[in-house]
Design a protein around this ligand. Structure first.
Ligand SMILES: CC(C)(COP(=O)(O)OP(=O)(O)OC[C@H]1O[C@@H](n2cnc3c(N)ncnc32)[C@H](O)[C@@H]1OP(=O)(O)O)[C@@H](O)C(=O)NCCC(=O)NCCS
Length: 167
């Protein structure tokens, strides 16, 4: 029996080498400058990098979303985050960011940063709903000449967001 995406139980887990092809396939569909499987693989090998996937509990193979972030020195940096089309608008983007915040706090990191395309209204709305603020504009940051906003979540100023709940 098939389920509506909202009814499919999903959980977060670290990515493995077996996930790389599927990750790259989704990335190609959702990111105008997609990462390759090799780029995701390189992240799996960096000790400070985390690649988390949202997968269905039943088969653990259907990837609904993913986030790549670094926990380095006093900062968590989100490098890539996406939710596949059928699963958007259901709170999963926000929940993945909450997991980044939880992992950061466990290492006593109090600041989360990311760059986002100025025209990416959906992503900016997600970050603002989580109390990220625009800290800087990087002119012509992307290869197509688009500006980036550097957005920062200062956990001391924002207070700790609500706990991560199970999906
Ligand atoms: C950005 C992205 C990850 C958001 O994922 P998502 O699971 O759909 O987002 P959520 O359902 O968690 O939404 C969180 C908040 O943002 C708002 N939001 C989400 N999509 C929105 C949209 N298209 N327009 C306006 N607001 C939007 C939601 O209303 C919600 O606000 P609320 O908590 O106040 O109700 C997803 O759109 C995506 O994968 N985009 C393509 C890849 C991308 O742009 N990544 C970011 C690169 S910096």
């Amino acid at each position: 029996m098939s389920h509506a995406p909202s009814a499919v139980p999903l959980s977060l887990r670290p990515a493995t080498a077996d996930d790389l092809a599927e990750l790259a396939r989704i990335e190609k569909a959702v990111n105008p400058a997609p990462w390759t499987a090799e780029q995701f693989k390189a992240e799996l090998e960096k000790p400070y990098s985390r690649v988390l996937l949202l997968t269905d509990d039943e088969t653990d193979t259907q990837i609904a979303g993913y986030v790549v972030f670094w926990l380095m020195f006093d900062e968590a940096q989100i490098l890539d985050i996406a939710v596949d089309f059928p699963f958007r608008g259901l709170g999963y983007g926000k929940k993945m960011i909450r997991q980044v915040v939880t992992d950061a706090l466990r290492k006593d990191i109090r600041r989360v940063v990311l760059d986002v395309r100025k025209g990416n209204a959906a992503a900016i709305a997600v970050y603002q709903s989580m109390r990220f603020a625009i800290a800087q504009i990087r002119k012509g940051f992307y290869s197509n000449g688009e500006d980036a906003y550097t957005m920062v979540l200062d956990l001391d100023l924002a207070g700790m967001p609500e706990e991560v709940s199970d999906f």
